[in-house]
Design a protein around this ligand. Structure first.
Ligand code: SF4
Length: 109
């Protein structure tokens, strides 16, 4: 099964992606649902930011690449949710992915 992972760019300064990859490789937390399913990670990326304005074209290119790589599901990192609310840019991105046949699952590790 082809999957993608997307995280908040603000997490970039401290995040190596190790916890997401560990959870995926060990099929724990959000990846427990794939216990007996072979996984192929086809994309592991960040959004395109918002603090210095939104790079909409760049972000759309990333989302389109996730689609064209055939990802069946895209996991959103916990960092895309702050104070119980998902970043609205990521919500829009989730809607875009789902309109293009990619299921979005909120959570990684
Ligand atoms: S757009 Fe959302 S997910 Fe991306 S850096 Fe800004 S707050 Fe984080």
């Amino acid at each position: 099964m082809k999957i993608a992972v997307m995280n908040c760019l603000k997490a970039n300064s401290v995040c190596t992606g190790a916890a997401c990859l560990k959870a995926m490789n060990e099929r724990i937390r959000s990846f427990e649902q794939y216990k007996d399913v072979p996984l192929e990670l086809v994309a592991f990326g960040r959004c395109s930011g918002c603090e210095n304005g939104i790079d909409e074209a760049g972000f759309k290119e990333k989302l389109d690449r996730i689609v064209s790589e055939g990802a069946e599901v895209c996991h959103y990192g916990v960092c895309t949710v702050k104070e119980g609310k998902e970043c609205p840019i990521m919500t829009d991105a989730a809607n875009y992915l789902e309109e293009h046949g990619v299921k979005v699952f909120r959570g990684t590790h």
